[in-house]
Write a protein that binds this ligand. Structure first.
Ligand SMILES: [Fe+2]
Length: 288
């Protein structure tokens, strides 16, 4: 790989929210579109995604997708015409490259050419690249939900950032389906209805999350964040289980945090709330 004088490709963390985020315009979808143009201007060569809805058990194991033309699992509450013509672009060469880097880093990897993709990856890809999806691959979660393991995946793959590969985590800042309020989406298909403010636990955890991503207490004097320490520590926050009823939407935070480098700064690029208590905050670490 030729040396580059460019900054490493920034990291993106997406809170993908409900499936309706695929079809509804918002400040967040505008942000995703902007990030897509930023990525195209930079000339990214590919995207590596770790999400929330593809997972396998194992001691030290992940799957990497190399499925040609993967399908999309059904996406509830979104008219099919809003996404049915969008063509995912799973790139086998990129998948094999990720496999090799992870294997050399001591991770066991299965190349997976069978599974279709889910809305956690389809939502950001469709908004960011509506005309043509760049070469992309997915990494599965490991169902031990070990934050340091998923941070290590990011750390190992961070080298790809120097070759114009975008690492993207897709999960949630505050994402507890058991504590969302569902009537407005079920009855009226209104995912953004906010008849009452979010609950205090949701607001407090959201603030702790923003602080970790943008100004964690471990920050250096120049303000650069130590996001890996903050992200793994946040799983011990007293409100973590209120904000994340399950761990699956948090491992991508750890993945992105692990890929961050000393001195990089994080920024919240947009935010919207759904279902009263779900915070879809979006982040970028590093600069284009
Ligand atoms: Fe999800």
């Amino acid at each position: 790989m030729a040396p580059t004088t460019k900054r490493p490709t920034p990291l993106i963390f997406v809170s993908h929210g409900s499936t309706m985020m695929l079809g509804e315009q918002s400040v967040v979808s505008d942000d995703w579109e902007r990030q897509g143009r930023n990525a195209e201007r930079r000339g990214i060569k590919g995207i590596v995604i770790l999400g929330a809805h593809w997972e396998f058990p194992g001691e030290n194991l992940v799957h990497v997708s190399i499925k040609k033309n993967p399908g999309m699992n059904p996406i509830a509450w979104v008219a099919p015409q809003k996404y049915i013509n969008f063509q995912l672009n799973c790139d086998e060469a990129l998948g094999r490259r990720v496999w090799k880097i992870l294997e050399e880093g001591g991770v066991d990897v299965v190349l997976n050419d069978k599974d279709d993709w889910v809305h956690d990856s389809v939502i950001p890809l469709k908004w960011m690249f509506p005309q043509a999806c760049p070469p992309t691959t997915l990494i599965s979660l490991n169902t031990k939900y070990n934050p340091t393991f998923h941070a290590r995946l990011g750390q190992i793959l961070s080298v790809l950032r120097d070759d114009d590969i975008l690492l993207l985590g897709t999960g949630g800042a505050v994402h507890n389906l058991y504590r969302n309020r569902w009537p407005n989406i079920i009855i009226y298909r209104n995912n953004f209805a906010q008849p009452v403010p979010p609950k205090k636990w949701a607001l407090e955890f959201r603030q702790a999350f923003v602080d970790v991503m943008t100004k964690s207490p471990e920050a250096d004097e120049d303000g650069s964040v130590k996001v890996k320490e903050g992200a793994t520590r946040l799983m011990h926050h007293p409100l973590f289980r209120d904000a994340h009823g399950t761990d699956d939407h948090y491992m991508s935070v750890c993945f992105i945090a692990g890929a961050a480098r000393e001195g990089e700064k994080g920024a919240r690029t947009s935010e919207v709330w759904e279902l009263e208590n779900m915070c879809n905050a979006q982040f970028q670490i590093g600069e284009w």
